[in-house]
Design a protein around this ligand. Structure first.
Ligand code: SF4
Length: 409
């Protein structure tokens, strides 16, 4: 027997959609998702969690959009998030429209509680116009009552029927950018539902055991359901639903995919901000140069490349090391604390040098060796940048005004 051959069934063919820059379905790598637990209106807290999730392995992050303040928060979060943001919508069609206005890269609709066909079609039309995909997120615990009645409970067939009905509404408005989930807290129900969904639809499937609970039981239930399906070639993206710090969800998803040989193991973990109206440097160029310079060194650390010193060190405060740009200078930070300021054209070299020293000496020793004047230099650059570009470099006010106009509150 060839023990190096993959024991997994070939992946089932699905169509491909894009959540922002992340491809889902087809031959795209299976992606990891998680969901923030902060109030979405708490922009800095939510962004901090999103960065932590991205560093732990999340490719896509979902945030609740349950009230106008959350939609307004999303307008600020989306341009600064390192990964695409999906808005989670329950009950309120106007929150779906507001989230689209805020610029989210995906929506999740629950067909169990957003039931009016005209409203569903309105959201699908608006999502289509903006090129934003929607997940039909069926959940056994909140199944449409009529379907529950008809099938005598939240059976696998009932879950798939709920998704099929929603898809029919989307078809009416010629919207096809869809992925589907049919989650249940029962592992057996969930496995049967996804097998049936895989036979019924060619849309990408988002796997998950819902309300799996705290560690370690939640991890075991999630793995039992998700890994079984992945081994059968079913699933294009996944989320562990744990009653725990969501970082555990992202980590578990990533580790499961690595264990199954479905994603490559990570040594160096380089994350970069998406760049936004505040960027002071070509983030893509610096990140690419840093990736090339650091990749061969095999350092097991997280490194962040951030476009501005106004928000960068705070957003990426969990990273071992990072660099943020400002006023033609690079601000080197370790775990969010500025340790050194270097000329802009020395950013990558400084990053490589510091990464090597952290790997040799450790984070604490490098923090102790910091240049004590660096923090005040960074504070001066931050103040100057705020003065130059104002508080609203991402034109959030415009989006918020539109969200207010379109929502009833
Ligand atoms: S440029 Fe600054 S504010 Fe914009 S995403 Fe990058 S670090 Fe965040």
């Amino acid at each position: 027997m060839d023990v190096t051959a993959s024991p997994l069934s070939p992946r089932r063919a699905t169509r491909q959609i894009h959540v922002g820059p992340v491809a889902v379905g087809g031959d795209a790598p299976i992606s990891v998702q998680s969901m923030t637990t902060t109030k979405t209106a708490d922009v800095e807290g939510t962004l901090g969690q999103i960065y932590a999730l991205a560093a732990a392995g999340a490719d896509i992050v979902r945030c609740t959009c349950n009230e106008r303040a959350a939609a307004e928060g999303l307008a600020q979060i989306v341009p600064r998030s390192p990964v695409p943001i999906v808005a989670d919508i329950h009950f309120h069609v106007e929150m779906a429209l507001a989230a689209l206005e805020a610029g989210v890269q995906g929506l999740r609709l629950n067909p169990g509680n957003l039931r009016k066909p005209e409203e569903i079609k309105l959201v699908a039309s608006e999502a289509k116009d903006r090129g934003v995909p929607i997940r039909i997120g069926v959940n056994a615990g909140s199944l449409h009552p009529e379907i529950y009645e008809r099938f005598g409970g939240a059976t696998p067939e009932a879950l798939v029927e709920s998704a099929r009905l929603e898809l029919a509404y989307f078809d009416e408005v010629d919207f096809h950018d869809v992925k589907i989930s049919v989650k249940a807290s029962s592992v057996a129900t969930m496995i049967a539902a996804y097998r049936l969904a895989s036979e019924t639809f060619d849309h990408p499937l988002h796997l998950g055991v819902t309300e799996a609970g705290p560690l370690p039981g939640g991890l075991i239930k999630g793995t039992a359901g998700i890994a079984t399906l992945l081994a059968e070639g079913i699933g294009d993206t996944l989320r562990y639903s744990l009653t725990a710090d969501p970082v555990e969800e992202a980590r578990a998803g990533r580790q499961l995919l690595e264990a199954l040989g479905l994603r490559e193991r990570r040594g160096l973990d380089l994350i970069a901000c998406p760049s936004c109206g505040r960027a002071e440097v070509d983030v893509i160029g610096v990140a690419t140069a840093a990736q090339e310079a650091l990749a061969g060194l095999g350092l097991p650390i997280q490194v962040a490349v951030m476009g501005c010193v106004v928000n960068g060190p705070g957003e990426a405060r969990h990273a071992d090391l990072g660099i943020a740009a400002g006023k033609k200078r690079g601000h080197l930070f370790i775990r969010g604390q500025i340790v050194r300021v270097v000329p802009e054209d020395e950013m990558v070299a400084a990053l490589v040098e510091e990464a090597t020293r952290i790997a040799e000496e450790g984070v604490e020793a490098r923090l102790a060796a910091r240049d004590v004047s660096a923090e005040s230099a960074a504070a001066a650059d931050r103040a100057a940048l705020l003065e130059d570009r104002g508080l609203d470099a991402n034109h959030v006010t415009e989006k918020v005004n539109e969200i207010r106009r379109r929502t009833r509150e």
